[in-house]
Design a protein around this ligand. Sequence first.
Ligand code: ZN
Ligand code: ZN
Length: 283
Amino acid sequence: MNDSDIMTARQPDPKDTVIHPTETYRVYAIKYARHERRSPANFIGGDTHDVPMPLDYFVWAVVGKDRTFLVDTGFDQAGADKRGRHITRPIHEGLQAVGIDPAGVQDVVITHMHYDHAGNRDLFPQARYHVQDKEMSFCTGRCMCHHPLALHFEPDDVASMVHKVFKGRVAFHDGDDEIAPGITVHHMGGHTAGLQVVRVRTEKGWMVLASDASHFYANMEGKRPFPAVYNVADMMEAYRRIYALADAPQLVIPGHDPQVLERFPAAGREHEGWIARLDGDPR
Ligand SMILES: [Zn+2]
Ligand SMILES: [Zn+2]
């Protein structure tokens, strides 16, 4: 991508798939934190079962032959302390465990600007950040006057992204766009105004990293929306669209579900319960 591409996010060209037919990626889900809660907190209208239903927190690494792409940047210890979350392993440890040096990461896709997806703001000094136009408008505009919408954002993370804009380190995308051959982003909205999901070509077919388009398998499978929401109708549409983008239902990866670490094999024996290899065989 050159500078003109950064300034004018282009629409995807279907021919791109033909021009770059082969590159596939390894995909890792790297857990870094956990939050205990009960199931009524995870659905609009609650849940009659009222059972433990904790959130796991992940970042995702997309590793190609020559380039590595990080999807989201998590939060750090200070962020965890502030919000009563528990860091299980810091982000940099998870990345290093799969051979990624944070200081060398060139591209970060931010699915949305919530505190648990856009923190650790100084950990990737070389990275260009890929963000939707609508998300930056959302988190710097009038919606942040409303506490229920603003509470999931960390003002310092937002300010840091604004600084990165002025340093030429942000690539804006408007809707559907290609990040690299075999990696596309797709605006969903719903959970936030500018949430995007990431579609990745793997040996198993097209995979969709849904992030908070669906927190749990139960949200998208049951079409039961999550309570942190900007637009319920768009969230419901996203549940349909993320499946349409993937080559198989099991290739849609929710953003916070502990089951991801059970449905997919660990990246290595020492990574059990911590890092899953998503392009490996689902169990
Ligand atoms: Zn979120
Ligand atoms: Zn989240």
